[in-house]
Ligand binder design. Sequence first.
Ligand code: AHR
Length: 330
Amino acid sequence: MFKKTALTALTAALALGLTACGGSDEGSSAASGGGGGGGDDTITLGFAQVGAESGWRTANTASIQEAAKTAGIDLQFSDAQQKQENQISAIRSFIQQRVDVIAFSPVVETGWDAVLLEAKRANIPVILTDRSVDSEDDSLYVTFLGSDFVEEGKKAGEWAVENWGSQPTFIAELQGTTGAAPAIDRQEGFADAIAGTPNLQVVASQTGDFTRSGGREVMEAMLNSHPEINAVYAHNDDMGLGAIEAIEAAGKVPGKDIQIITVDAVKDGMQALADGKINFIVECNPLLGDQLMDLAKKVVAGEEVPSRVVTEETTFTQEQAVQVLPERKY
Ligand code: AHR
């Protein structure tokens, strides 16, 4: 097996801002090379994260870093700052370092085949976490661990049908990052669920990039162009929280004048739900770290793993949020 020199690995790591976290090996770092070059049994996992766009993402990163530490896995972590080209560069660097296994949460669904083929040719297995890729070649990755985003959108839509469907409802949809699996799938699941309910109309739909500031800006513009809006479906809590700021600034009462559904159920979102400013939240669980480390160990050991591992999730009403908030982990 071809191994890059430590100097090459260090240069690549420094250029990409990769950081080593976790691992039982005190001296492990990008400079010490990947597990393939480490000469001991420590597994090196290269993880290319989307960024730090939301409370969900922060909790997901913490879960992965803590789980790596507990599992004794040397984690090479890269933050792509929501840019696909950064994730591709990070994956290429992991290949150069000869890590044992690569995991990543793709910023967008398409455009991964070339770099995943490079990993396959280098015999480095790839695990998709949180988000999947849109590729005809499913031999490019071993497994996909994460939520069913279409199902999440469907749950949001079913609640809308039940709670808003009997009166004219003009919905503002705040989409996640354009081209990202959760944005595409949550839109699809919601649209399918409300399709047979003529009272429910999505009058505006735009991306807020999964960020609080994006949600606020888009909501401000939508309230100006569509004063009839009386409901919001936000693809994540952060955009919903941004929308709350815009709604309040416009002199309206979130949760009453304009009812809100979001996805995620992170602490800030759950607090707003308990406070009556959000009306319903569909959970998306970010605590994938332990399952990811387990899969990584099995994949490196050559054990069979399921090609799809779906995260278990629930939904929350305002009353349920009040009950579970004190115990909420993220
Ligand atoms: O891919 C999961 C989504 O990404 C979360 O719902 C959102 O908050 C995050 O940014």
